[in-house]
Ligand binder design. Structure first.
Ligand code: SF4
Length: 376
C-alpha cells in the first residue's frame, strides 16, 4: 500500500506565518503547471507498479483553487496509471472562501471523500493579522455546508500559541470547533519561521508571541477538551474520532511509501527520500525537458533510526523496537537515556514498542532529538 501527495503551489494571499512553497501570481502559467503535474503523475507510475494506492492527498498551497477540469485531469491521470484501492481516502485541502454548494458537489462527484478546511482561528482579529483570505463566519458556514452536502470526513486546522489570546479565549475556540461536530482536528502551535512576514512583525515588536509556558498550558487545554469530546490524540497535533484518523498522514508516521508530486513535494520509497525543486519555473521547465527536477538522498541506517524516533514517538503507534534496531546497534548511552525517560514517567515500553506517555508527548521532539544517534 502506498500514498500519493499532490502539491498545488498556488495561493490567493500570503499568510504572514507561512513558509510553505506557493505563489500568489500564478495565473500566467497555471495551465502549464497543471500539465507538468500531470506529466509527473504519469511518468512516476512506474515507481509504484506493485503497490495499491490507499490514499491521495491534495495539499499546498491551496488545492481548492483548482477548477473542476484541472482536478478531474489530475485525478483521471492517477486513476488511469495506478492501482487504486477500492477504499481509497482522497483528501483535498480547502480554504473556507473557496467552498460553495457547486464546488462541493463537484468534489463529491470526483471522489473526494475527505476535506481538510483551513480554519486556523475563529477570532476575526487573528485572521486579519494572519492575512487569511477568509472570515471566521465563512469558516463556520463552509463546515456546515460541507456537512449538509454529505461530507462526513472533515478535518479543520487550528493554531494555538497566538498573540493576545487568553487561555479562556483558546477554550472558547475549542468549544466552537467541538460544536461543529467534526470528526477530526489538527492543532498546531504558532511557529515563527525565518523569512516570513511574522518573523518581521515579531522582530519589530508589532506582534508579541506568548512564552513556552502559555503554549504548554494551551496544549494541555487542547488535549483535555478534545479527549473529553471523544477524540483520540493519535499524533501530537492530530485528534480524530474513532474511524476518522487521517490514513494519509498515519502512513507517513508509520514509514510507508509515498510519492510526492509537484514543486517542493517530498517522496519516500523505504530506501531513499527525494524532494522536488521548490521553484515553479524550474519545476515546469525541467519536467518539459526531461531534466532532473528533484534531489535524492539515500538513507543511511543511522538516518532511518533517527527518523523512526522522530515520527514514531509523536504518535500512539510508537516506535517498533525490532524495526528500529534492525540495522543499528546503539551505544549503551541510548538505553540509559531511555531508562531516564521511563523514570520520569515520559516513556513506556509495551509489546516491543517505545511509546511516550501523555506527559512525554509534551516534549516529543526534544526526547526524540536527545535519543538521536550521531555518526562518529
Ligand atoms: S493559504 Fe496555506 S499555503 Fe497558502 S499562504 Fe496561507 S497557510 Fe500558506
Amino acid at each position: 500500500m502506498a500514498g500519493i501527495y499532490i502539491h498545488i503551489p498556488f495561493c490567493r494571499k500570503k499568510c504572514t506565518y507561512c513558509d510553505f512553497h506557493f505563489s500568489t501570481t500564478f495565473e500566467s502559467y497555471r495551465k502549464r503547471m497543471i500539465s507538468s503535474i500531470i506529466e509527473e503523475v504519469h511518468s512516476r507510475a512506474i515507481e509504484l507498479t506493485d503497490e495499491r494506492i490507499k490514499t491521495v492527498y491534495f495539499g499546498g498551497g491551496t488545492p481548492s483553487i483548482l477548477n473542476a477540469l484541472e482536478l478531474h485531469q489530475i485525478l483521471n491521470t492517477i486513476r488511469n496509471n495506478y492501482k487504486i484501492d477500492e477504499n481509497v481516502e482522497i483528501t483535498l485541502e480547502a480554504n473556507p472562501d473557496d467552498i460553495n454548494s457547486d464546488i462541493l458537489n463537484t468534489w463529491r462527484q470526483q471522489g473526494i471523500n475527505r476535506l481538510s478546511i483551513g480554519v486556523q482561528s475563529f477570532r476575526p482579529n487573528d485572521l486579519e493579522w494572519m492575512n487569511r483570505s477568509h472570515t471566521a463566519e465563512q469558516s463556520v458556514n463552509a463546515v456546515k455546508l460541507a456537512q449538509e452536502q454529505g461530507f462526513h470526513n472533515i478535518t479543520i486546522d487550528l493554531i494555538y500559541g497566538l498573540p493576545n489570546m487568553s487561555i479562556k479565549e483558546w477554550e472558547a475556540q475549542l468549544d466552537q470547533a467541538i460544536i461543529l461536530n467534526i470528526p477530526h482536528i489538527s492543532a498546531y502551535c504558532l511557529t515563527v519561521e525565518p523569512n516570513t512576514e511574522l518573523a518581521h512583525l515579531t522582530k519589530s515588536g508589532k506582534i508579541v508571541t506568548p512564552g513556552d509556558h502559555i503554549q504548554s498550558e494551551e496544549f494541555l487545554m487542547l488535549r483535555r477538551k478534545l479527549l473529553e469530546a471523544g477524540f483520540v490524540q493519535y499524533e501530537v497535533s492530530n485528534f480524530g474520532k474513532e474511524g476518522f484518523q487521517s490514513q494519509h498522514n498515519s502512513a507517513y508516521w508509520k514509514n510507508e511509501k509515498y510519492l510526492g508530486i509537484g514543486p517542493s513535494a517530498h517522496s519516500f520509497d523505504g530506501v531513499s527520500r527525494r524532494w522536488n525543486v521548490s521553484n515553479n519555473q524550474r519545476y515546469m521547465s525541467t519536467i518539459e525537458t526531461n531534466g532532473d527536477y528533484f534531489y535524492l538522498e539515500i538513507l543511511r541506517p543511522i538516518d532511518k533510526f533517527n527518523e523512526l524516533l522522530l515520527t514514531g514517538l509523536r504518535t500512539i503507534y510508537g516506535v517498533d523496537k525490532t524495526t528500529l534496531l534492525k540495522e543499528v546497534t546503539p551505544p549503551t548511552s541510548f538505553e540509559e537515556q531511555i531508562n531516564k525517560y521511563k523514570l520520569k514517567g515520559w516513556l513506556v515500553e509495551e509489546h516491543q514498542k517505545y511509546l511516550l506517555t501523555t506527559d512525554g508527548l509534551l516534549f516529543a521532539d526534544r526526547i526524540a532529538s536527545e535519543l538521536f544517534l550521531v555518526e562518529d
